[in-house]
Design a protein around this ligand. Structure first.
Ligand code: NAD
Length: 246
């Protein structure tokens, strides 16, 4: 149950509350070496605290909408490690007016921005990671069950996460022969920067608490535990899945 010597890239830490932080702590706790990214200069100091705590080997900017930044990131990974074992893609974004409106009213631009950052970016990350995963590897992304069922106020992100989960299955099929596994984790609601953009998120957390068998929400540590387990060689027969931690 060790990740000693494994090299992992973590995209999606905004601060100590991020789901990606819980995952990165679990990877590091199991012995992995990490590269950590931050979105922009505004986010940098918040992410830097976490990167320092994790003893990250690399700390680099990555806005997935900037192709040059994404390519430079993987180039730096190649220079530093020569290979890569896993990537955590734990990002999502939708313009507030689209996120908080009705799906039926969503603009093409707003829909495409959400789809680009929250879904297509996984394909770009996979394409850049593939040549570095010379000994096989694992790609992980974060979904939410609003992809399969109607969850009040999740709206636009429902179809976006449905596309993400489908992309996971097709990527798993395409990259499987190269020994690369691709899975989505579907956590229950967690109070984070991203989730604060959803209307009535407190009510969603209360509802999830009441419905959950344990009458409580999942923690980022518990999400991280599954993420670390999925990266381990023992999970070698698990791919193309959406696994719930809720
Ligand atoms: P968070 O705000 O901590 O993380 C979201 C991350 O997305 C941030 O680090 C942000 O910098 C990044 N991001 C946004 N636009 C980007 C871009 N253009 N390029 C690169 N990075 C960008 O929130 P979180 O809740 O930890 O979200 C992580 C993932 O978990 C998301 O995919 C989210 O949909 C998913 N998720 C969250 C919940 C929840 O309740 N919080 C539940 C299920 C799934």
């Amino acid at each position: 149950m060790s990740l000693a010597g494994k090299k992992g890239l973590v995209i999606g830490i905004a601060n100590a509350q991020s789901i990606a932080t819980g995952c990165a702590r679990a990877f590091r706790g199991a012995g992995a070496d990490l590269a950590v990214t931050y979105l922009n200069d505004k986010a940098k100091p918040h992410v830097e605290q976490v990167a320092t705590e994790l003893g990250a080997d690399l700390f680099l900017p990555c806005d997935v909408q900037h192709a040059d930044q994404l390519e430079a990131l993987f180039e730096q990974v190649r220079e530093r490690w020569g290979r890569l074992d896993f990537v955590l893609h734990s990002i999502a974004f939708a313009p507030r007016e689209v996120l908080q409106g009705r799906l039926v009213d969503s603009s093409v631009e707003g829909f495409l921005t959400a789809m680009d950052i929250s879904c297509h970016s996984l394909l770009r990350v996979a394409r850049l990671a593939e040549p570095l995963m010379t000994e096989g590897g694992t790609l992980l992304t974060m979904s939410f069950h609003g992809s399969r069922e109607v969850v009040s106020n999740y709206q636009l992100m429902g179809p976006v996460k449905a596309a993400l989960e489908s992309a996971v299955r097709y990527l798993a099929d395409e990259l499987g022969p190269a020994g690369i596994r691709v899975n989505a984790i579907s956590p229950g609601p967690v109070a984070t920067r991203a989730s604060s953009g959803l209307s009535e998120f407190d009510e969603l957390m209360q509802d999830a608490t009441a419905r959950s068998p344990g009458r409580r929400l999942a923690t980022i540590e518990e999400i991280g535990f599954l993420a670390a387990a999925l990266v381990m060689p023992g999970a070698g027969a698990v791919t193309g899945q959406t696994l719930y931690v809720d």
